[in-house]
Design a protein around this ligand. Structure first.
Ligand code: C2E
Ligand code: MG
Ligand code: MG
Ligand code: MG
Length: 290
């Protein structure tokens, strides 16, 4: 009867919750040893300039493969790592690894590394960044740090001071997932970002047949970017139609599966080298045709 099936549904719900809590706790414990057990790695995804389709930067994305749990998505384990605080250590690893890998790539390509709020709150982020640069020898101008609006919500004045100090090192600062947090525009007023990454939720809607609000929003972000001297990049570009719409809007950069899936360092290195070779060959090919 209805009552019994209602009780059944509640029972399943409670069991699901208990399972989710258990998994979260187990992942939290497993994460403590993930670094030492070499279960973490980085995948890289190019960010391309729409004017010529060539990479201007590459974003480092953490990957975790656990012997028991298998591949765990960053969407699941990053929040857990933030909660337990282990993100400080993992974040330092990602920074170091990314700087090292970037040294093997053409010098015009920046390396973008994501930062969590916990890295601002706990530990000395400026020292961590300075040390990673000194240890690896990567020039500061080649490093880009991606932060989300969630970082800016907490202790505002303190975060601003820390951001300015990072900026003073010469690294670039990008605002990630733009448009998904709150009071985004006030953050643009408080800090001079080098780049704004428009969240993929807007990119998804940019090809809607008529009156797409996403088009208006991206056009507005683009205008602000031009005025404030910020590069505007669209995230999560998956189709030729989306790319075409973004081009028409005058967006300067894009990232997404349409260009490349996140891939291991050596694969990305080959792609970047091939681009370099092509750009050397292109003018010669033109000359030969004349
Ligand atoms: P994010 O920084 O916004 O990174 C972009 C995410 O979109 C990545 O997910 C990427 O794989 C995915 N993506 C790229 N192109 C497309 C596309 O065309 N379509 C769709 N649907 N998705 C696309 P990923 O690798 O699962 O990472 C998720 C989030 O985890 C990142 O979002 C970032 O917030 C966080 N994260 C990843 N690595 C790190 C890290 O080293 N440190 C910190 N603090 N956070 C990280
Ligand atoms: Mg990012
Ligand atoms: Mg993003
Ligand atoms: Mg995102």
């Amino acid at each position: 009867d209805a009552k019994a099936s209602g009780r059944g549904a509640v029972k399943f719900f409670v069991e699901d919750m208990a399972l989710a809590v258990r998994r979260r706790r187990q992942l939290g414990v497993a994460l403590r040893d993930a670094l030492a057990n070499a279960e973490l790695s980085l995948a890289y995804q190019p960010i391309v300039a729409l004017k010529d389709g060539r990479a201007t930067a590459v974003e480092a994305l953490l990957r975790w493969t656990h012997p028991g749990f298998g591949v765990v998505s960053p969407a699941e384990f990053i929040p857990i790592a933030e909660e337990t605080g282990v993100i400080v250590e993992i974040g330092a690893y990602a920074l170091d690894r990314a700087c090292r890998d970037a040294l093997n790539w053409p010098a015009h390509v920046r390396i973008a590394v994501n930062l969590s709020a916990a890295q601002f709150d706990r530990g000395d982020l400026e020292a961590t960044v300075r040390e990673a640069l000194a240890r690896t020898g990567l020039p500061a101008e080649r490093l880009e740090l991606e932060i989300t609006e969630s970082i800016l919500v907490g202790n505002h004045a303190e975060v601003m001071t820390k951001l300015n100090r990072l900026h003073a090192l010469g690294v670039h600062i990008a605002l990630d997932d733009f448009g998904t947090g709150y009071s985004s525009l006030s953050y643009l007023n408080d800090f001079t970002f080098d780049k704004v990454k428009v969240d993929q939720s807007f990119v998804r809607d940019v090809t809607l047949p008529r009156n797409s609000k996403a088009v208006s929003i991206i056009r507005a972000v683009n205008a602000i970017g031009a005025d404030l001297n910020m590069t505007v990049v669209a995230e999560g570009v998956e189709t030729a139609e989306q790319l075409q719409a973004l081009r028409a809007l005058g967006v300067s950069g894009a990232q997404g599966y349409y260009f490349s899936q996140p891939a291991p360092a050596d694969e990305i290195g080959l792609i970047l080298l091939k681009e370099m070779a092509d750009s050397l060959v292109d003018p010669m090919a033109r000359r030969a045709r004349r």
